[in-house]
Every structure is written in C-alpha cells, then in structure tokens.
Design a protein around this ligand. Sequence first.
Ligand code: PLP
Length: 463
Amino acid sequence: MQFQTIIEPFRIKAVEPIRFTTREQREAALQAAHYNLFLLKAEDVLIDLLTDSGTGAMSAAQWAGMMQGDESYAGARSFFRFESAVREVTGLKHIIPTHQGRAAERILFATACTAGQIVPNNTHFDTTRANLEALGVQAVDLRCPEATQPALIAPFKGNIDLAALERCLTENTGRVPFAMITVTNNSGGGQPVALANLRAASALCHRHGVPLILDCCRFAENAWFIKQREPGQAHRSPAEIAREMFSYADGCTMSAKKDGLVNIGGFLALNDDALAARCRNNLILTEGFPTYGGLAGYDLEALAVGLKEVLDENYLHYRIRSVEYLGDKLTQAGVPIVQPTGGHAIYIDAKAMLPHIPPAQFPAWALSCALYLEGGVRSVEIGSVMFGRQPDGTEKPAAMELVRLAFPRRVYTQSHVDYLAEVLLHVNSIKQRIRGVQIVEAPELLRHFTARLAPVSGALLGD
Ligand SMILES: *Cc1c(COP(=O)(O)O)cnc(C)c1O
C-alpha cells in the first residue's frame, strides 16, 4: 500500500510558542514600523517567512553534537569532523570554515580577483554581486531564456545560458578569474540547475582555462529536483547526485544557514592548493585561525551533522512538497506565482495580481504589508523598493514585482501552511482594495532594510 499523505519526517521535542495578535495590534505595529516589515518586532509576527536563512530548526542529534564541541583554538576535533563531512558531500580538497556565506565570498574574491575583471553567474545573489563590485569586478547574470517568464513551467529555470557563457569567455579572454553557478538559483525564484547544464558549463569553462565555482547554499534542494526531473536520475540518492554536481566544480562558497541546517556558519572549499593557501592567510586576517574560521567548535559540530541530515530523502521530499503544496493551492485559486514553485520559497507575481497599482507605487511592497495586516504573515518584497533606485539616484522599475514567502527548514507544519493558504486566498479576494505605497524617507544604499513608507491614500486598504 502506497499512502499519499507526505508527513513531516520528524516529531517535535521542543516547542517555541508563536504570539497571536489582533488586527488592531497589527495595524498599530505596521504604523510604528513605518510600513516596513523589516522594522517589525519579530514577536509581532505569527508566521515568519521573511527568509529561510539561519531560521531552521536543529535536530536532537545536532544539539547533542554541540555538547561535543571542542573549543581548542587550533586543531580542534570539531574541525576535523566538519572537514570530513564537507569533503564527503563535495569531494573538494581544501575546506575553509567561515562565519557565513558572504565571508567565504569575500575571502575568495579578495584573493582571486582584481579590478576590471568579469565574473559570470546564472544569477548573482546580492552579496556575491556586492562583494565583487566592491573590488571593481563586473558581476554579469547569464540566466537562461526560460527564467525571464514567471508563468512558464520548465524543469530547470535555474540553468546558466551556455551560449552567453561561451560568448562571455571568448570575448573576455584573460579577464575572467572564474565563473560561478548558483544552485538553486535564489534570486531567480529558487529554480534548480540541471546536471547536464553544470557538466556543459564546466567543460566550457575548462576549455577556456577558467575555474568554475558553485554558490552551493541550496545544493541538497537542487539535487532533489535533479532526482525528480532529470532523465535517468530517479534511481540515484541525493548524496550521489550532489557529489556529481560538485565534481564539475573547482570550488564552492556555502552559506550553511541554508542547506547546512544551522543557524550560523559557512565555508569555502577549493581544489587549487596555492589559491587555498592564500585564502587561508586572508581568513586569519578577518575570520580566525583556519580550523575555526569565525565559528565556535560547537557550530562546526552542528554543521557536520546538518550536512548529513539535509540529504535525507524523506526530509527533502517533505521540504520541497510543502512549498509546492502551497503553490498548488494558490495556482488553483488563480493567484499568479512564479512557476514552477522553487525549492525554498513561493514568489507571488504582484504586478499580475494587482494591475491597478502602478510600479511607482510598489505593488509587491503593498501586498506584503496587506498579508501582515490581515494574517500576521511576514514576507519580503523583491521588486522596485529593493531594486528600483539606480546608482545615479534616478528611479527605474524592477523587471518583476514579487513577494517572496521563504520557508524556514523544519519549523512549520502542514496546518501552518493551510493557514497561510487561507490568508493568501482571503487577501486575494480583497485585492481590489489594496492601495499603493510611497517612500517617505530612505537611505541611498540597500534602502529596503530601513526605508520608511506610507500608503499613498492614507490607508493601505480602501473601500
Ligand atoms: C544566503 C546566500 C548567500 C550569502 O550567505 P550569508 O550566509 O547570508 O552570508 C550567498 N548566495 C546565496 C545564493 C544565498 O542564498
């Protein structure tokens, strides 16, 4: 008998209460936060889908591992456990711990890049782009053509555009220190990259003498999609698939706050001996000795256990299905979302949902405020508040106006997801009443984190 219900593959040993608020309380909280969900107190949020980064729940085995943490400054036992866990997953030679993903990026980039160079990627995540640009390196996005159409259903919308990569490498001989591929493609909707795409990109890079680095924050989710969607892969384990993914790369940068199943941590891994030695020296300068890299011994233990747990098939099945389950409910109700659902998040297409709000009045931002006001749900705008301000100070609407609902790992249950669906469908039923918002005050850089906004017509919901 094959039962259909996919259950959470765990039982709950410790619980953390969530706080219920009234609509009046949320209205006051939203005003006090100047209509910016980043400025809310987390306590005033019922279901928090702001990010899947560092927000997951650790297992009993991880907590037990933490008690085994060896806090020796150099050569700690915990480092060797961590190192062998990372090596088992990636097959890469030199493993360098860092306190999170962007530290791994900064150390690699500062060591391997010089001003005037170019680094291609399927889509640079904001920290990889910012760390490259800070060095005067140009970060170019080469997403595949399917990736630009939110409603299009295709299996591997995270793929890098191979023809564009070939052109980039040919036209910039000697100027590309390495190419990158982000798995899954976070900024592109959490969409996976196919093994075939990784294999071809790797061959292309190596023909041009250019190393390939994976931004591998969600490598396990990517491996699960390959197992489900790529011909000939169904019989393989996620661990085997992940190992093949990494075999095409010469190194990786990792935010373990995602598929490391920990609240803090990351690493850089490299095959090149000389480059790794130089990165270790840079690490000592800012992060710490190479056997702890800015982490406590107990963090390294938790990460070593998390990297094994994240490749468990029952976990990945539940994880990807819970996101898809919400996506199915929204699609059935006619709520426009980026298709197909990605690994870690749902992206609502606010431009399609709220055509009565012009991009200059930030429809995705307004929608995220309405979701909080009506249901206590926190999401994040990925639209013109985040990307609209140009370096010269002018405004240009972002390509898409999206609201991202990112799922923390192993934190919420199916009834939480059912509740979310109910809130989203309710907000969809009153969408005509949602009004646009305007920026009252904002810093020049990364304004979405601290900007103050207000509804254009006094109230967020009209009649
Ligand atoms: C989160 C993330 C990073 C940065 O990692 P931090 O741990 O937040 O510093 C880099 N790349 C991708 C794709 C990410 O999702």
